[in-house]
Design a protein around this ligand. Structure first.
Ligand SMILES: [Zn+2]
Ligand SMILES: [Zn+2]
Length: 372
């Protein structure tokens, strides 16, 4: 079968729209016809070369669509099911899945190669070259063959464009506040970066009961959106936020700093560490450039002595099989804003425009509508 896809052959080149050959699903695999795909920053990290993976690669790791065909041995989903693809598969039986940490599933090992469980690839070009799908998905293709372990069934009345976002950005941001940071009622939380992930960290912090949700973002549009998502105070620069936090907390400083900027830097880690008080926590969600060191703190006074903690995580410490349906229930109950995250919808062949809009701070989240 043929499928249209946006691919990366070498870093630094624009997204290329091409046609690939797609194999039939094998043991435990399914073919998904994607209806919508979110444009996450992580795909751009690969396209620019900030992060490295096996190339060539079909981009896209936030997708929602319909199961079209089953390989042998599929038990979790059926043809016709609407699914969200989780950007980390959940095998259900590895050490991490079986201890309630599906975000650390051993199957995540092939995220950057896109190789499937039997060690082969389902996408190929006409020269016979194998293409991985980013995160074992490749949602920038109209169709992909993925493991059933990547699929989470959803109710058919949930729109595909909002559902797609619940495959990565929404749980990553919401879970950053609720699980990875563990924000408690009454806390003061400072969130650096109010994009597609940060907007959901704001919602998570409010949901967890934070009294103050202070947002730092240089882009005016993102600050005004942050207020819509529940921020109580917004600032363009860290220095202004620092001053306000001293005032707000009577000198005790914040309980949490959360880093959800586009590209992690040692500068923002410094700012975050300085804005939390004794026993405070800095939670790092952003991805940096693979060749840079982003955490370089004097232990005295920033970690030791102040009892501060720096916490990394993946996927907001969410369990996709549990948290994806749960977040969609919150959406349905009006307690999680998803429609408001989507600033603009694009056709697949407008993908480079979409990422340019993201870089220029014009959108919170762009969504590709396949077949549009
Ligand atoms: Zn993502
Ligand atoms: Zn697992």
């Amino acid at each position: 079968m043929r499928t249209k896809a946006a691919v990366i052959r070498e870093p630094g080149k624009p997204w290329e729209i091409t046609e690939l050959e797609l194999d039939e699903p094998r043991q435990g695999e399914v073919r998904v016809a994607f209806a919508a795909s979110g444009m996450c920053h992580s795909d751009e990290h690969l396209q620019t070369g900030d992060s490295t993976g096996r190339l060539p690669l079909v981009g896209g790791h936030e997708g929602a669509g319909v199961i079209e065909a089953l390989g042998p041995g599929v038990t979790r989903v059926n043809v016709g099911d609407h699914v969200v693809c989780s950007f980390i598969p959940a095998c259900g039986v590895c050490r991490y899945c079986s201890t309630g940490r599906q975000n650390l599933c051993d199957w995540g090992a092939q995220m950057m190669t896109g190789m499937l469980a039997d060690g082969t690839f389902r996408f190929h070009d006409d020269a016979g070259e194998d293409f991985g799908g980013f995160c074992m998905l490749g949602t920038f293709a109209e169709r992909a063959v993925v493991s059933q372990n990547s699929c989470v069934p959803i109710d058919p009345d949930i729109p595909f464009d909002v559902a797609a976002l619940v495959g990565c950005g929404v749980p990553t941001g919401w879970g950053t506040s609720v699980y990875a940071a563990g924000v408690a009622p009454g806390d003061t939380v400072v969130i650096f970066g109010a994009g597609g992930v940060g907007s959901n960290a704001i919602q998570g912090a409010r949901y967890a009961g934070a009294a103050n949700v202070v947002v730092v973002d240089p882009v005016a549009f993102k600050r005004s959106k942050a207020l819509e998502f529940g921020a109580t105070h917004v600032f363009a620069a860290a220095a202004e936020a620092q001053e306000a936090i001293v005032e707000l907390t009577r000198g005790q400083l914040a309980d949490h700093a959360i880093i959800t900027v586009g590209v992690l830097s040692s500068e923002v880690v410094d700012q975050a560490a300085a804005i939390v008080g004794k026993g405070g926590q800095v939670t790092v969600t952003s991805v940096g450039r693979s060749w840079e060191k982003q955490i370089q703190l004097a232990a005295n006074g920033s970690v030791v002595g102040w009892q501060r903690r720096i916490q990394g995580h993946v996927f907001g410490m969410c369990n996709p099989l549990y948290d994806i349906p749960r977040l969609l229930r919150l959406y349905r109950a009006g307690q999680l804003k998803l429609d408001e995250l989507i600033t603009r919808r694009y056709r697949l062949d407008e993908i480079n425009q979409g990422y340019q809009d993201l870089d220029e701070g014009k959108i919170i989240r762009g969504v590709i509508l396949h077949g549009a």
